[in-house]
Design a protein around this ligand. Structure first.
Ligand code: NI
Length: 226
């Protein structure tokens, strides 16, 4: 499932991050790519060792964990620390699939990457190109969102970032392991959760709403791995 999550970061948070990111020292993104991805990755990344990167990453992570849409759609078990990237002067990232396992920088424990997230930090009219293109069974989807908005998509999908031919595209990106490994099951739970929320607004906690809620929780109980 692909989902646009609006306003993960406020305009003030974006402005604050960008101010720090512009004066940061960037390194070539290829240093964290796997063997296949390294062949096609042409961008810049902030070293995760930098105190600044860790501080900003923590803000992005906390904002996502506080967002009800992210929580409902990802059902996170572990959310890795976000990284920051920058595309400019033709920078791009060709078709690739994200590595299945990443190691948590602090605990060194393996985390399965079920869901990929990109949080846009530049406005769409500040750069040309730079669309995130995600391929799924329904075809190719081009994503270019407002600064502060996020897209989540299955980490299993092939995806790429089109060349940025003018301006600069700043973003944060991260991976999560979900309590529910299967994308279709997560999608079903998310749709059910959203439907229950809308019904509750119309009907309050009627017997039917309570019954549907119990189905939601019992399905989650069946499918969640802890
Ligand atoms: Ni990727």
């Amino acid at each position: 499932m692909m989902l646009h999550i609006p306003q993960v970061l406020t305009a003030q948070q974006v402005a604050h991050m960008r101010q720090h990111l512009l004066s940061a020292s960037w390194q070539k993104g290829v240093v964290t790519a796997g063997v296949q991805a390294a062949q096609v990755k042409h961008n810049w990344q902030l070293s995760a060792q930098l105190a600044l990167a860790q501080q900003l990453a923590q803000q992005v992570r906390e904002a996502l964990l506080a967002h009800p849409l992210f929580m409902s759609a990802v059902l996170p078990k572990q959310v890795l620390m976000p990284l920051f990237n920058c595309y400019q002067q033709g920078g791009h990232y060709g078709n690739h699939v994200d590595s299945a396992i990443h190691y948590d920088a602090q605990t060194r424990l393996p985390v399965r990457t079920d869901v990929s997230t990109t949080v846009f930090l530049s406005e769409p009219d500040e750069y040309c190109g730079g669309e995130l293109v995600i391929e799924d069974t329904y075809g190719c989807h081009e994503v270019k969102l407002a600064a502060g908005d996020a897209i989540i998509y299955p980490a299993t999908s092939l995806h790429r970032v089109q060349p940025v031919t003018d301006g600069q595209r700043l973003a944060a990106f991260l991976w999560s392991q979900s309590m529910v490994r299967d994308d279709w099951q997560r999608h079903l739970l998310f749709d059910l959760d959203m439907t229950i929320m809308r019904l509750r607004q119309q009907l309050q906690d009627s017997a039917e709403v309570v019954s549907l809620s119990s189905h939601y929780h019992n399905l989650l109980r069946q499918w969640a791995e802890l």
